[in-house]
Design a protein around this ligand. Sequence first.
Ligand code: PHE
Length: 341
Amino acid sequence: MDESRLNEIITMFDGGLAKAASVSDIEALKVDFLGKKGHVTSLFKEMGKVAAEDRPAFGEKINKVKERVESGIKEFEKKISEKAVSEKINSSYCDVTLPGKFHEIGHRHPISTTIAEIVEIFGRLGFSVSEGPEIETDYINFDALNVFEWHPARDMQDSFYAGPNAVLRTHTSGVQIRTMLENEPPIKIVAPGRVYRFDEVDASHSPVFHQVEGLLVDKNTNFAAFKGIISSFCREFFGADKKVVFRPSYFPFTEPSAEVDVECINCKGRGCGVCKNSGFLEVMGAGMVHPNVLRNGNIDPEIYRGFAFGMGVERIAMLRYAVRDIRDFYVNDLRVLSQFK
Ligand code: PHE
């Protein structure tokens, strides 16, 4: 037995250790070198063949080989367990000082908020809420409201048709007829809802928008009562300091008719681009309900009178929130919408 055998074993072990990558590799090395038939174990078995006087020195050498193998294995095991621990730490790393993940809580769309506020104010003035279908008959959307066959608003270009006698309502005024047919006066309702018009989209037009209709029918009402109610609403909604103007106008379903203007919120009445230098902005159409319309609602115009109004919600919301482009309400851009929390 010479030393070259010992060196051979050490070289073999070093080679095996260099290649070892896993716990099972190191287990195999253990068996190969320290197992019953392992290279190191077999060295001890050869002790018998060594001359007695050489044995202590030889024994010492084999022990050195054994220690070398054992410490190599131990070191590897230590390394691999440290690696396992650090991998585990890395994969399940959690920085408890980071802020948590938040789920955005939704909020009302500015158009819904505006409708809710309008309805709430009229609620305090004694009006309840009524609703009608978005697909209306020609009769209710036009004829019953005294809009005759020849009226330009009936032109196909102004309205979307869903069928021969099915129009996407061009205003909420049809709810006036439905409400009158279903209820006895006194009537005091507001009717919010979506309306449709064949309009080109631009900064102030959209083919779909919202209106809030209002209708009051009673024995003793008159234009002064109408002015009182609308002035109260405008004061509440736009602020007590805003001037309100009733301007003569025309609608087939009201007589007399008026348009209501509110002092421009942008320039406070001085005149600017938003109000086309008039100092005022139109917020609704209105008037005393035409006798024909009362009749079509099964109400006797000799006994009852009414007033009605219809306001454009987007218009009002644009004024209220200083929004310059109606499309901002519809594109669902969170940079816009999140400003209305
Ligand atoms: N329906 C009218 C419009 O859409 C508004 C209006 C309603 C006018 C009620 C008078 C009375 O423009």
